[in-house]
Design a protein around this ligand. Sequence first.
Ligand code: HEM
Length: 452
Amino acid sequence: MNQKAVDTYLHDTSGCKVQSIPGSHVRWSGRASYYTHKSLVEGLLGEGVAPLTERIENLFRSELEDAVPISSEWTYEWDLTDFLQEHLSSAILQALYGPLLIRQDDEFISKLWKYDNGIMSLMRRLPSWMVPKMYRYRDDLVDSIMRWHHQAVQLSESDIRGTHGPQPDGFDVYWGTTMMRDRYKTLLAMDGQDPRSVASTDLAFIWATVTNVVPSAMTLCTQVFQDNSLAEKIRTESQQCLQPGTELRFDMDRLTTTAPLLLSMYAETLRFGVQIHIPRCSPYQPLAVGNGSVPAGKMAIINTAIAHTDEDVWNTAGGKHPLDTFWPQRFLINPFDNESGPLKQGTTSPLSSPTQNKIREMSQQSSSSEGVFSTEGLDGSWIPFGGGQHACPGRLLAKRIMLSATAMMSTMLEVELLDPETPVKFESPRFGFGVRKPVMEVPFRVRRRIQH
Ligand code: HEM
């Protein structure tokens, strides 16, 4: 962005609520935080999330159908990370931003991942002569986004009958979603902005949309497919969440609430993998934190990984499952196992009545389930999406994407890791700015289970 456009963001101390933060006198046309926040909350946390998830699910199913032909033969793939980066990112990007965006450049998705891989060199502000490729990827991506905006504006204007424009479910073929169409107009009208600065802001959003959720889905799938008995259980749980009479359409309400092992593995994936700095700054008043206070205008940073590995809070079953390892059942409370549950023994937290009822039911029926999923008592300790007004606006969508992608992979496909004995290693080259990713390729073979 040019400096004039950046200054609007830098000088906006007004916060994201309608009422400005006391002491701030930013005029309405400079309130970047308020406008972007409002549009994200309406677009990602409102009614639109259900049809958006359905579009992602449909697109991902088609991607898998194309990638894995109907046959009893195995298809061999080099790397599960690459596979999901290609197919899941494509589904998410098309559902949110429409088909025009990725048509601007055949390599849009691969450039986005290359940009993400080198993001730390930009965060450290290395000059372009030191990392010329990174600057090129970023500029190419911004150029593609500008071309998409330009085309979407023109096509929307020429579509007088509105046949392809905004639909009642929030879909817009040119912009992907009405959220993106309205966001473009709103951002462009703000002080100091121009088409390039709006494309820059959209690049940040597009980056945030895929670069945490896709590697997290990958980690979840790897953990599932690394162990045949886990894969079988996840398949059974997922099948119980299919919409009646369908083979591959999930009832999202059931999937997000009634599949205990899948939910535990989802929560553990985020506990284990998310290593994001959550920044907070109170511009005019000191900020009370615990027994201390952060002076006005100074930045406080909370890191999710530190909270996620707090030995005083988390259960390791007497050291059998250290916090730097992945324990699929960590979030399951089993009435027959004193060492179960996410909280360290001795850490008491009153459970809600629904959870208590489920546990009672389980102990009476000696049910085959491994336990009752719970995150209760973990406020401030399990914070993969941050918290408060600025908590990740994509959190509902992220959960649905991770659960449905894993459910779909295990129901529709048979996946075998080619080297299951070697545990996948993860590293944190982007500590503070994202999630852990595997440092090695995860080769696998795959074939269709459901042949249609
Ligand atoms: C597993 C997936 C994801 C994780 C772990 C994650 C994590 C986070 C975290 C920790 C924050 C900072 C929150 C805070 O300051 O309290 C954040 C912000 C944000 N996330 Fe996510 N996120 C994920 C997926 C998504 C998705 C799918 C989208 C979009 C569809 C998204 C869009 C955003 C945006 C726009 C912000 C900035 C919000 C603001 O500053 O008001 N995220 N995310």
